[in-house]
Design a protein around this ligand. Structure first.
Ligand SMILES: [Zn+2]
Length: 77
């Protein structure tokens, strides 16, 4: 059964590694996907309504955070 951890990198982690090469995209994601006053993500709105739908931190915010960590780990500059 799938757990989100260990052994080989998950697709999520590989995506974060790719994103680590794009600091402008990381910055954009972190700027757009912030928490609103009720703990929802401002960037992940329900289509057509503009109403925040996802609980923060959302998947994209976590991905951007992982990319930042990957950047530091692999020492991109
Ligand atoms: Zn979001």
């Amino acid at each position: 059964m799938g757990t989100i951890s260990s052994e080989s990198p998950t697709r999520f982690e590989r995506l974060a590694d790719v994103l680590a090469l794009m600091p402008d995209v990381i910055a954009r994601l972190l700027a757009d996907h912030t928490s609103d006053s009720s703990g929802r993500c401002r960037g992940c709105t329900r289509p057509g309504t503009g109403y925040p739908a996802a609980v923060h931190p959302c998947t994209l915010h976590r991905l951007a955070t992982m990319a930042l960590i990957a950047r530091k780990r692999t020492n991109h500059s």
